[in-house]
Design a protein around this ligand. Structure first.
Ligand code: 13P
Ligand code: SF4
Length: 305
């Protein structure tokens, strides 16, 4: 049954000139039919170069919006319209403009890509978890207002002591709920395992990591490592992908609660229905807003290499 639907999707996307992008948190069956899978940074870059006239994003809303910002001439759909990122909704344009005014003009607003299009219109540069360190080092400004994720911001700030960071209290509700106590308990249960952690986790968890990286960074590290056991400190779909990719290695979730229900909302049938024109939501962004919001994403790609 799954194979039948997958085959129908493969036929339809070819027929209709559609590129399917899937974030690494998607299920195995969605990743199998995607043209590209990857972390937020890789998907943004692919979105810019994909030759197809239509893109279906299997991920969350800010990811589909990013594709539309970069490729206004394409039709861009979010496969399941209920898939949002709660972190992206935590701060708005008014709040950030007010904070920036209070800080003075010499602060660069560095926004995690997990933000709304409207908020991006007042940001100087975007970053993702895999590019934040490089970009914060590379930008000319010494003073950085880093939004909205306090955990990613703290992780970056510690590695760039020569710059001044102002952080606000936002973050990912999924990663941030894991405590140091839970991390230490899992490490104790698997003493030979390397601990791989996403920087959206709290600093008290990140400090125990053997490797800190984006979703793709964690997957690459585990695949290339000569170690045999790993605790995965990010969304649990990554545990499953790695089990398929590396059957000779063992992967343990940091917590059974590391599940992003928004990322889990998209199903294979959603992708099929979207291709049939019976589901999904087309991203519409007015041109004036798009022009203001795309600058910080273009800067991200420029500095991120
Ligand atoms: P990545 O940068 O690893 O893709 O992270 C995106 C995300 O939403 C993680 O929760
Ligand atoms: Fe947003 Fe967290 Fe889900 Fe990533 S895991 S999409 S940051 S809520």
């Amino acid at each position: 049954m799954i194979k039948d639907i997958q085959q129908k999707i493969l036929n339809l996307k070819k027929e209709r000139d559609v590129c399917i992008l899937a974030h690494s948190y998607m299920s195995e069956e969605i990743c199998e039919i995607a043209d590209f899978t990857g972390d937020s940074y890789a998907l943004s870059v692919k979105a810019k170069t994909a030759p197809q006239s239509t893109v279906i994003m299997c991920g969350v809303r800010f990811m589909a919006e990013t594709v539309k910002l970069l490729s206004p001439q394409k039709k861009v759909y979010l496969a399941n319209p209920i898939a949002g990122c709660p972190m992206a909704e935590q701060m708005d344009k008014e709040l950030i403009s007010q904070v920036k005014e209070g800080l003075g003009q010499d602060y660069a607003v560095v926004a995690y890509i997990n933000t709304t299009t409207e908020l991006k219109t007042v940001c100087d540069v975007c970053v993702t978890s895999s590019s934040a360190l490089k970009i914060c080092r590379a930008i000319p400004q010494k003073n950085i207002l880093f939004i909205p994720d306090i955990n990613l911001g703290t992780y970056i700030k510690e590695q760039i002591p020569e710059k001044n960071f102002k952080l606000l209290h936002g973050g990912c509700p999924t990663h941030a709920k894991i405590s140091e106590k839970e991390a230490l308990a899992v490490k104790k249960a698997h003493p030979n395992a390397l601990f791989l952690v996403h920087p959206e986790c709290r600093a008290e968890v990140v400090k125990h990591a053997d490797f800190v990286g984006s979703t793709s960074g964690i997957m690459d590290f585990a695949e290339k490592s000569t170690a045999k056991e790993f605790i995965i400190g990010t969304e649990n779909s990554i545990v499953q992908h790695l089990q398929f990719k590396c059957p000779d290695k063992d992967f343990y979730p940091l917590s059974k609660d590391l599940v992003c229900h928004n990322m889990k909302a998209t199903t294979l049938i959603d992708v099929y229905n979207c291709l049939l024109g019976k589901g999904g939501e087309e991203m519409i962004i007015d041109e004036e807003t798009r022009q203001k919001a795309v600058n910080c994403i273009n800067k991200m790609i420029e500095y991120g290499g």
